[in-house]
Write a protein that binds this ligand. Structure first.
Ligand code: GLU
Length: 300
């Protein structure tokens, strides 16, 4: 029996089903990271890094706790059935963990929303964070960053039949949704104040609202938007130029400079040995982006 309460939640649930690709007749099953195509990373033995308070605590605990996103296709996505995380950011987290002496069975992923990343790193809720996390000077006052390991840029996602929005200057008077605490949210607030900006915890909540016409556009990094568009290409499209630079870093506790240096070494190692490229091709590459060269690491 469908109760009134159940009927009331249906509209919220349907778009989520659409996004997971199982709700719509005629939509091909979404391509996901193929486990067989993913590289495996050689785990360093012994204590490869010493002098990091974060890693000392992780070794005492027996495993690493890594902050991530769980609703960003091809980047960081949690399988609701198995609880497993997959995507490019997850591969980055695993490849660097291997160099710190932790295999994939010794990583606990924890979902942390954009607005809560700095607090999670400051409180020791996570040892490091890999989830479309832009390096910038404001955030560097609160946390550390290894990397960058990828360069993204802000863009717009609209419904496929929309012809009016082709760039951020078309947002005046339109409802545009982004994640609170994110750099794209802040940029719209400052540079496009005539847009009607709506903030949610997650981009998937924004996308649900876009599909049901509650908002006119979703804005964040092109990488994230391409993933959503690839899941329902007959409903959504990414439009316009990239209007920012978003260098992705691995967030660390601010004062653990030993951890930050070790993560930079690990990134450099996996970029050189081809793991980075293989991981990209098996994850983010599936949303239609050709593999770029990894950006130079900034050891500040
Ligand atoms: N890269 C941007 C940021 O760090 C947007 C993506 C996100 O919210 O994770 O704010």
């Amino acid at each position: 029996m469908v109760t009134l309460a159940a009927a009331a939640v249906l509209p919220a649930v349907l778009p989520a089903l659409l996004l997971s690709g199982c709700g719509k007749a005629g939509t091909p099953p979404p391509k996901g990271p193929q486990p067989s195509a993913l590289p495996s990373y050689q785990v360093a033995t012994g204590t490869p890094v010493s002098g990091s308070p974060t890693l000392d605590a992780a070794r005492g605990r027996g495993h690493l706790v890594v902050g991530a996103k769980e609703d960003q296709p091809y980047l960081g996505q949690k399988n609701p059935a198995t609880g497993e995380y997959s995507g490019f950011d997850i591969e980055i987290a695993k490849m660097v963990a291997a160099d710190l002496g932790f295999g994939p069975d010794r990583i606990e992923f924890k979902t942390i929303a954009s607005a809560n990343r700095e607090t999670a790193l400051q409180n020791g809720q996570v040892d490091y964070y890999v989830g479309t996390y832009t390096i910038n000077d404001n955030r560097k006052k609160l946390v550390g960053f290894a990397g960058p390991y990828f360069l993204a840029g802000q863009s717009l996602l609209v419904r496929r039949n929309n012809k009016d929005i082709n760039g951020p200057e078309d947002l005046d008077g339109r409802k545009v949704c982004s994640a609170a605490g994110s750099t794209p949210y802040q940029r719209i607030q400052k540079q496009y104040p005539k847009a009607k900006l709506i903030g949610y915890d997650t981009y998937s909540a924004c996308v649900d609202n876009l599909i049901t016409s509650q908002v006119d556009a979703v804005t964040t990094d092109n990488t994230i938007l391409l993933g959503y568009a690839a899941k329902v290409p007959d409903e959504l499209k990414v439009v316009g130029p990239l209007f920012s630079q978003e260098p992705y870093g691995i967030g660390t506790p601010k004062n653990d400079t030993v951890l930050r240096a070790a993560l930079n070494d690990a990134l450099a190692h996996h970029e050189q040995n081809g793991d980075w490229r293989k991981a990209f091709d098996a994850t983010l590459g599936l949303s239609g982006e050709p593999a770029p060269a990894p950006p130079p690491i900034d050891r500040y």
